[in-house]
Ligand binder design. Structure first.
Ligand code: ZN
Length: 340
């Protein structure tokens, strides 16, 4: 009798050895320890056992059941441990791995300064408006009070796509588009690429970036313009920045001004970058010419406004003391790395 018990437990151990999943274990358990399983079946033989041997038989079956139970539990624990080990292997993180920081990307200095400029104007209530780079000559010139014989329209300066279509030379046509489409109050900045037929040198590039600003409402004055630009330049270059508004000329503004700010390289003492003046020209601005307002379908007796335009490349160069505009476009990593 004990021989057949030994055989059963040996069978169970052998089957467990080759079981590799919880499911296989469950099936095996049902086969041996379930209600209709082999071990439970043994108890049915009890009635054939002589009375005096019944206790011994019972205790042997219990022992067998216990041994089988232990074998199952041991195997089950082994499977759990194996699964955990595999999971840990899968999820392993090597904290000593070099993250290769040399290859990290960074924002281009032009973008860094653009986002800074944009945020300063946004906080002052300006909305960002986009415009097309291929523009009607009418919007790029005529409606900005730049007549046909103006030097800015010379073939030398402008890329023409066709007779009446140009690649925009400035972001100012966005002013026209906005005034034609929206009723005042209008308070926008319009950033973007502009194109001029210029040869490349340290201060010129055929493609560069401008940011145009426009504010049109009732009763806008030159004092409003000065206030906004002073605030902008102090936020961008530091609170100690001094500004100077010099009379200037732009066809689409009247009066017009060119604005100088404290040279960031020498802090106002005078250096080669500012040609010893301590101040450096940063942008152009003025009150929108009443003719431009009228051409855009608004009454210049009711509405007035100011506009300003700044070269993003120029103010980026001034901010970082870069003396050659070409560096901004060559994408030399040794240069760009300095702005991470
Ligand atoms: Zn200087």
């Amino acid at each position: 009798m004990t021989e057949s018990f030994d055989k059963i437990i040996a069978e169970i151990r052998e089957a467990l050895n080759i079981s590799e999943s919880e499911e296989a274990l469950r099936e095996l358990r049902a086969r041996y320890l379930g209600k209709k399983g082999t071990i439970s079946g043994l108890m049915k033989n009890m009635r054939d056992i002589p009375n005096e041997e019944k206790p011994k038989f019972g205790s042997l079956v219990n022992q067998l059941r216990q041994d089988a139970e232990d074998a199952f539990q041991k195997k089950s624990a082994e499977l759990r441990e194996k699964a955990l080990e595999q999971r840990l292997k899968r999820e392993k993180i090597d904290v000593t791995l070099d993250r290769n920081s040399d290859r990290l990307g960074a924002m281009h200095p032009l973008n860094q300064v653009y986002y800074e400029v944009r945020d300063i104007f946004r906080k002052m209530g300006f909305e960002v408006v986009d415009g097309p780079e291929i523009e009607l000559e009418k919007y790029n010139f005529e409606m900005l009070n730049i007549p046909k014989d103006h030097p800015a329209r010379d073939m030398q300066d402008t890329f023409y796509v066709s007779d009446q279509i140009v690649v925009r030379t400035q972001t100012s046509p966005v002013q026209v588009r906005t005034m034609l489409k929206h009723k005042p109050p209008i308070r926008i900045i319009s950033p973007g690429r502009v194109y001029r037929n210029d040869d490349v040198d340290a201060t010129h590039s055929p493609v560069f970036n401008q940011i145009e600003g426009l504010y049109i409402d009732k009763g806008v004055t030159f004092a409003d313009l000065k206030g906004v630009l002073n605030e902008f330049l102090r936020k961008l270059y530091g609170q100690a920045t001094v500004t100077k508004f010099r009379p200037g000329f732009f066809p689409f503004t009247e009066p017009s001004a060119e604005v100088d700010a404290t040279c960031t390289i020498c802090g106002g003492k005078g250096c080669p970058a500012c040609k010893g003046a301590g101040m450096i020209e940063v942008l152009g601005c003025g009150m929108v010419n009443p003719k431009v307002i009228e051409d855009c379908g608004l009454d210049p007796e009711v509405y007035s406004g100011y506009a300003f335009g700044l070269g993003l490349d120029r103010i980026t160069n001034i901010k970082y003391g870069i003396t050659d505009i070409r560096l901004l476009y060559e994408n030399d990593v040794r240069f760009l790395k300095q702005f991470i």
